[in-house]
Design a protein around this ligand. Sequence first.
Ligand SMILES: Nc1nc2c(ncn2[C@@H]2O[C@H](COP(=O)(O)OP(=O)(O)OP(=O)(O)O)[C@@H](O)[C@H]2O)c(=O)[nH]1
Ligand SMILES: [Mg+2]
Length: 493
Amino acid sequence: MQDNGNPDSHNNRQPDTALPRFAVVGHPNKGKSSVVATLSQNDSIAIAMEPGTTRDSHRYPMKVDDVTLYELIDTPGFQRPRKVLAWLQGHSLSASDRPDTVAAFLTQHADDPRYHDECELLRPIVDGAGIIYVVDGSVPYNREHEAEMNILRWTGRPSLALINQIGSDDYSADWEAALGQYFQIVRRFDAVRAPFEKHLDLLRSFGQLAPAWREPLDAALEYLQALKFGRDSQALEHIADALIEMLGHQETARLGEHESASPLLPKLRQRWRDWQREREQRQRRAVEDLYQYRRLQRQESDLVTPDGGDLFGERTRQLWGISKTQLAAAGFGAGAVGGAGLDAVTLGHSLGTGALIGGLIGAAGSYYYSDKLTRLKLGPLSGGFREAVYGPLKDPQFAYVVLGRALVHWYEISQRNHACRDVLVVTEAGNHWLEQLERRDRNGLQKSLQSLASRRFDPSKRQRLIEQLELAQQAFAQWQMQQFQHRDDRVHD
Ligand SMILES: Nc1nc2c(ncn2[C@@H]2O[C@H](COP(=O)(O)OP(=O)(O)OP(=O)(O)O)[C@@H](O)[C@H]2O)c(=O)[nH]1
Ligand SMILES: [Mg+2]
């Protein structure tokens, strides 16, 4: 699997001319480290509001299966560009010696603390890296940047400019006009929010910069696409295993012959819920590891919903459970709603399984995860004790809550960029994601989920469950895209 490892000092590297290498440079605090974090898929890189966060250059390889696809070099920002340019101009005789003059500048100023940052950022370029120049398109263009752009042009290295968008104002057209005069390619790229397809587009652009990089970058594109596909499907395995364990889980305790069972019930229920919460966390960590989020756990321990996001919260049920109306809208079948009493819904008939699936789906909150659905079961007396068993929970809402929360977490993680430091937030939805599933697939999923809670899980069914979850995953991603579209439309109205 991928191993980004720790950054190494570029001084230790063996030159490898075929490996595409890019030094990400620019003014302080314009998102250079964010670009590096996103493109090297490494969330351990320091990103901060304060200028001067990055003090030394570091290499960050993008590796898949021990193959380094390309390398990003994070650098400090320019500090004295005008002075450096003046020095270069004073030491150059003609345009043909400009790259050598930049190299001479480095040799002469290697130990000069005034030019520490310029030496750090120029050295990898002189050593053969391409240039990614990052500017902030949300602030007006100013001439201060021209000294920086001139110095970069003097290196003679392949170069590309990225217009990053840190704030909400948009001056990118002015930037484009200016940057176009200095750089071979100019692209807009939001380091924090650009979707994965944009990362791939950017790699394609890099391939245009130097013929020697085209082939390795085409290969990199294929690797990255395969990596994403592989991660999405491994995430499903983690979700399937969590569902199997969570829906089938039981807590047990021993009960003396004359002991009353009633005090045991709240105790076992608490234990059961704690176990479920812990198991869900484990599943989330597994998915985060898969996508190389190593720091997320500490910074953002949980998905945030208005009620704090607890697995057993009322709000959680409303978000991810299925209501009667949604069931009807989703076409679980005529007769799925009503007919079995005021709040009770019998799904068995409409799904053609012949089994009672629903119980009390969509019922008032009091029925949700209630003892009406999960009582304490007592085993036979043996040696003066009985076994008291709590679980599995028969409420079918629970399966949809667990699945919905797992899918939204997966979606947020799989879409996230490694530069993002925001808290994960779950958005509310008007309709239900299940509506995106074909009716046949919805029923198949329902059957599988039901079997998880009703008896010991037959391991030969795991593969089938994963196939159903794959459809659910696609439906969920489609639904999320529609939600975003819907929200964007509202913002622009
Ligand atoms: N909204 C938004 N914020 C960004 C983006 N890129 C950077 N930022 C924010 O801008 C600040 C600076 O980002 P860094 O990536 O640390 O910038 P830098 O150029 O490496 O900064 P120095 O190392 O200090 O020179 C951070 O607070 C980032 O979260 C972006 O694309 N969108
Ligand atoms: Mg930085």
